[in-house]
Design a protein around this ligand. Structure first.
Ligand code: PEP
Ligand code: MN
Length: 366
C-alpha cells in the first residue's frame, strides 16, 4: 500500500526548521453564503500563518432526524468561491458516491470520510469505487465504535482505489459509559493504527473528541505531544448561533489564542531556555533511572539470598500465594501514587520472571 507523505498535498510550513502541524479550520457546517464567507475570512485574517486548509460540512450526517442536515449543493458553490477568493484549499465530508461527484465538480481539494461512514464497509467501498482514477487527498476518520480493524479496512479500501494521498483523522469513539468528553479519545487505538501504518499521516479532531470549546486547547496540546501531523478545529464566526455543534466551535480569534497557547509554532532547538530546561529535566530523569537500577540490583541480591535459603530448606522457588500478594499490592500502590496500575503489573511480571530465573540458576550450596 503506497501512502504519499503529507508534503505531497499540503505545502509544508517550516517554523525554525521544524515542520508546523497542518491545520484544517472552518465551520462544522456551511449555513449561509454570508456565514461561510465571513467565517473563512476571519479565520485567515487572524490565522493566516497557521491555517492550511478550510473545512465546511455540506451534508451533515445527524444522529437524529429533523435537525439541520446541511445545505447541499448550493453550499459547494459558495465554498468554491470562498476558496478561490482567499486562495486556500477547501475540504469537505463525503458520504455517498454522489457527494464525491459533486465535490469534484465544484473543485473541492480534500475529501474526508466521516465517522458514521467509516463504520460501514459498503459505504466506504462505494466511495472508493467512484474515486478510481481520481487524484485527490482523502482523510479517513475513525469509525464511531472503537474498532481498529474497521478503521484500517476503510483506509485499505480507499488505497485500493489507487488513492495515495491518504491520512487518518482521530475524532474519538462513542461509548455507552458517560465520559467527560463527547467521544472518548482512546489514544491507544490511534497509536496502534500508527504502528501498523507508520507512513500514514494522522490528524486529530479536538472539536469532535471534546464536544466543548474548553477542551480544544488541552486536547490539541496532547495530540501535538504525541506527534500528530495535524489538527482539525471547528471554527465559526458566531459559535453560539451555529446550526450544528454550537458548543464545540470556537471563534476565529479564539482559534489564534489556542495556537498561541499550544506549542504549534514549535519550540525549536535554537531556543536556549528550552534547551537548558530540557537538559535539566533529562538529567533528573537520568538520576532517577540510576536509582531504579540500583533498587533493582539491591532487590536481586535479596532474591539470591531467598533462593539460597529456600534451596537449603527444601522449599520450592515459586510460591503461588506470595506472588498473588505481590501482583495485588504493587498495582494498588501504583494506583495510589497516580500511575497506571496495569503498567506496574506488567513491570512486576518481568521482575518476577527474572527473580525465578536467578533463583533457579543459583548453585546448590555444598
Ligand atoms: C464533522 O467533522 O463535521 C463530522 C461530522 O465529524 P465526525 O464524522 O467525526 O462526526
Ligand atoms: Mn461538527
Amino acid at each position: 500500500m503506497e501512502i504519499l507523505p503529507l508534503e505531497s498535498w499540503v505545502k509544508p510550513i517550516y517554523v525554525k526548521g521544524k515542520r508546523k502541524p497542518v491545520v484544517i479550520a472552518g465551520p462544522c457546517s456551511a449555513e449561509t453564503e454570508e456565514q461561510l464567507l465571513t467565517t473563512c475570512k476571519a479565520i485567515l485574517d487572524n490565522n493566516r500563518e497557521d491555517v492550511d486548509i478550510l473545512r465546511a460540512g455540506i451534508w451533515k450526517p445527524r444522529t437524529r432526524p429533523n435537525t439541520f442536515e446541511g445545505v447541499g449543493e448550493v453550499g459547494l458553490q459558495w465554498f468554491q468561491q470562498v476558496g478561490k477568493e482567499l486562495n486556500i484549499p477547501i475540504a469537505t465530508e463525503v458520504a455517498t458516491p454522489q457527494h464525491v461527484e459533486l465535490a469534484l465538480k465544484y473543485g473541492v481539494n480534500v475529501l474526508w470520510i466521516g465517522a458514521r461512514s467509516t463504520v460501514n464497509p459498503f459505504t466506504v467501498q462505494d466511495i472508493a469505487d467512484v474515486l478510481k482514477g481520481v487524484d485527490i487527498p482523502v482523510i479517513v476518520k475513525n469509525p464511531i465504535n472503537p474498532d481498529l480493524a474497521l478503521w484500517l479496512g476503510a483506509i485499505e479500501r480507499i488505497a485500493g482505489a489507487g488513492i495515495k494521498k491518504i491520512a487518518a483523522m482521530h475524532r474519538g469513539f462513542s461509548t455507552y459509559e458517560k465520559n467527560k468528553y463527547r467521544n472518548a479519545p482512546m489514544w491507544q487505538i490511534a497509536i496502534e493504527l500508527k504502528s501498523k501504518m507508520p507512513n500514514l499521516p494522522i490528524f486529530f479532531d479536538p472539536s469532535h473528541v471534546g464536544g466543548k470549546r474548553e477542551f480544544i486547547e488541552p486536547l490539541s496540546q496532547k495530540a501535538l505531544d504525541l506527534n500528530y501531523d495535524g489538527l482539525m478545529i471547528e471554527t465559526h464566526i458566531n459559535p453560539e448561533k451555529a446550526w450544528s455543534d454550537a458548543e464545540q466551535q470556537v471563534t476565529p480569534i479564539r482559534l489564534g489564542e489556542i495556537f498561541n497557547a499550544i506549542s504549534i509554532r514549535s519550540t525549536s532547538s535554537d531556543n536556549q531556555d528550552f534547551v537548558s530546561h530540557l537538559d535539566d529535566l533529562r538529567k533528573r530523569i537520568d538520576r532517577i533511572d540510576h536509582e531504579i537500577v540500583e533498587a533493582l540490583s539491591s532487590r536481586m541480591q535479596l532474591v539470591e539470598q531467598i533462593g539460597d535459603y529456600k534451596k537449603a530448606n527444601g522449599v520450592a522457588i515459586f510460591q503461588f500465594e506470595r506472588w498473588l500478594q505481590v501482583f495485588q499490592t504493587r498495582p494498588e500502590w501504583a494506583a495510589k501514587m497516580g500511575i497506571d496500575k496495569d503498567f506496574v503489573a506488567q513491570l512486576f511480571k518481568i521482575i518476577h520472571d527474572e527473580s525465578i530465573r536467578v533463583q533457579t540458576e543459583r548453585p546448590a550450596k555444598k
